[in-house]
Every structure is written in C-alpha cells, then in structure tokens.
Design a protein around this ligand. Structure first.
Ligand code: KIV
Ligand code: NA
Length: 264
C-alpha cells in the first residue's frame, strides 16, 4: 500500500528540495498530478475555474467537500489540502473548527488551508491544537479582494513589508505547517522565507520560496487569460477545441461512428 505524504514530511522540507504542488478539483486530473506533486490543493479557485463564478466568494462548504472527496478518491500518494471557503472560518475559532472537521471527516483530506495572517492566528492555533493541520495563506488573499481593492501584487511599497512579515511570523507561531505566499514581490518573499521556520509555497512569489503551486488549468492553458506569474506548460485549450471540431465534422458527414465503433 502506498503511503500518503504526511504533514510533518511537508513541514520538514523547509530549506530543502523545493516542494511541488498543483491544484486539482476532480479525480481524473488529480490521479495524474498525484504522480508528481508532494501535495495537491483543492483550492476554492474551483469556483471560477470549474463553475464559472467571477470570484471565490460564492464557493460553499458543500462544493469544497464535493470536490475534495473526488480528489481524495482519485489519489494515493500526495497530501490533500482542501481550502476553507469564504464565510466558513472567519467568524470564530469554534465555527472554523466545526467546518474544518466536516471537511476532514467527509473528504478524508489531510489538512485545510485558510486565508489570513495575524488576524487568523487564534483560529490556526485552535485548529492545530485539536488535530487539524492548517496551511496558511498570506499576501494576495483573493477572499478579501473587496477590502484590498482588487487583485494587486503585494509588497510593492517597502513600508508594507513589516505587516506581511508579522503575518508570516504569526501563522508560524500559531502552528501552521506551511504558508502560501501569493502575489508578492520577490524581495518580500525572500525575506519571509528566510525569517520563518515553516515552508513557504509561492504562487506569483518567485523561486525563492520553499515550494511552488499553480492552478492546474492555468498551467495547462485552459483559461482564456493567465496572469504574468503563470507559465503555460501545455496548451490544452487548442487541443481540446481541435478534437471537438473534428468530432462535429465527422458526425455531420457520418464518418463517425465508423466500422470500428459499430456493433455488427
Ligand atoms: O484556490 C487556489 O487555487 C489557491 C491557490 C492559488 C494557492 O488558493
Ligand atoms: Na484558494
């Protein structure tokens, strides 16, 4: 039996070989990612990527659990981390615990992720002390895009650095086993990575981080637009379109189904 990567194994990678991670939302792609990723994130970006929402704010706990279950079923090896959606954890540590416990019980995942630094420290401590490993997420935090005034790269102004450094220190002290640094300038990501004892997982935060994560559909070229920090490793959009258009042509010309696809 294959053993899944554990939370301590991820935490112990601090300063070592970079941690490989991608998002996955369903069993089929997760099975492929599972061969190469140390952990797989079932991110709330699924609201936009899979369900056509225009932000992550409308993603429900039930939707996260539905996709989390699919990804756990489709994988054997990677640690599965499931995002806590907006509204499911901010109110109190107790409510966060109840909802995180549901995610873990119903999906079988190994950890949850939530957004916020210093302000979420009490909640991170409450969860980790009670058996729920937490990955933190600071810098650009999409669930608070309305208060941030959009999706902006963080740390452009050096005066803001102490706040982000305090966030990183707070989530570390609270017991987070790793922290996602999203959308921040390289010198800030470098400073934070050097300052804290837990791995930093970068997305739009430079190669100085202890690991990297990307949204799978972004790096596969399945989204119409991708931000600067995304590298498109496979351009699947045009490949899918070609296949669909060939099928449509062959249905109309009755070339499909052909002799090989027919029960005689
Ligand atoms: O929801 C998501 O995909 C994420 C990653 C981009 C870190 O939170
Ligand atoms: Na997310």
């Amino acid at each position: 039996k294959i053993r899944r990567t554990t939370v301590p194994q991820i935490a112990n990678r601090k300063g070592g070989e970079p941690i490989v991670s991608l998002t996955s939302y369903h069993a089929h792609t997760a099975a492929i990612v599972d061969k190469y990723a140390d952990f797989i994130l079932v991110g709330d970006s699924l609201g936009m990527v899979m369900h056509g929402m225009d932000s992550t704010l409308g993603v429900s706990l039930d939707l996260m659990i539905t996709h989390g279950k699919a990804v756990v079923r489709g994988t054997q090896k990677a640690l599965i981390v499931v995002d806590m959606p907006f509204g499911s954890y901010e109110e109190s540590p107790q409510i966060a615990f109840r909802n995180a416990a549901r995610i873990m019980q119903e999906t079988g995942c190994g950890a949850v992720k939530l957004e916020g630094g210093s302000r979420m420290a009490d909640t991170i401590r409450f969860l980790t002390e009670r058996g729920i490993p937490v990955m933190a997420h600071i810098g650009l935090t999409p669930q608070s895009s309305h208060t941030m005034g959009g999706f902006k790269t963080q740390g452009r102004d050096e005066d803001s650095w102490p706040l982000f450094e305090a966030d990183a220190a707070a989530v570390t002290a609270a017991g987070a086993f790793a922290v996602v640094l999203e959308g921040m300038v390289e010198p800030l990501a470098t400073r934070i990575t050097k300052q804290i004892a837990i791995p930093t997982i970068g997305i739009g935060a430079s190669a100085e981080c202890d690991g990297q994560i990307l949204v799978l559909e972004d790096m596969l070229g399945l989204n119409e637009w991708t931000p600067k920090f995304v590298k498109v490793y496979g351009n699947l959009g045009p490949a899918i379109e070609q296949a669909v258009s060939d099928y449509a042509t062959e249905v109309k010309s009755r070339a499909f189904p052909g002799p090989d696809q027919v029960y005689k």
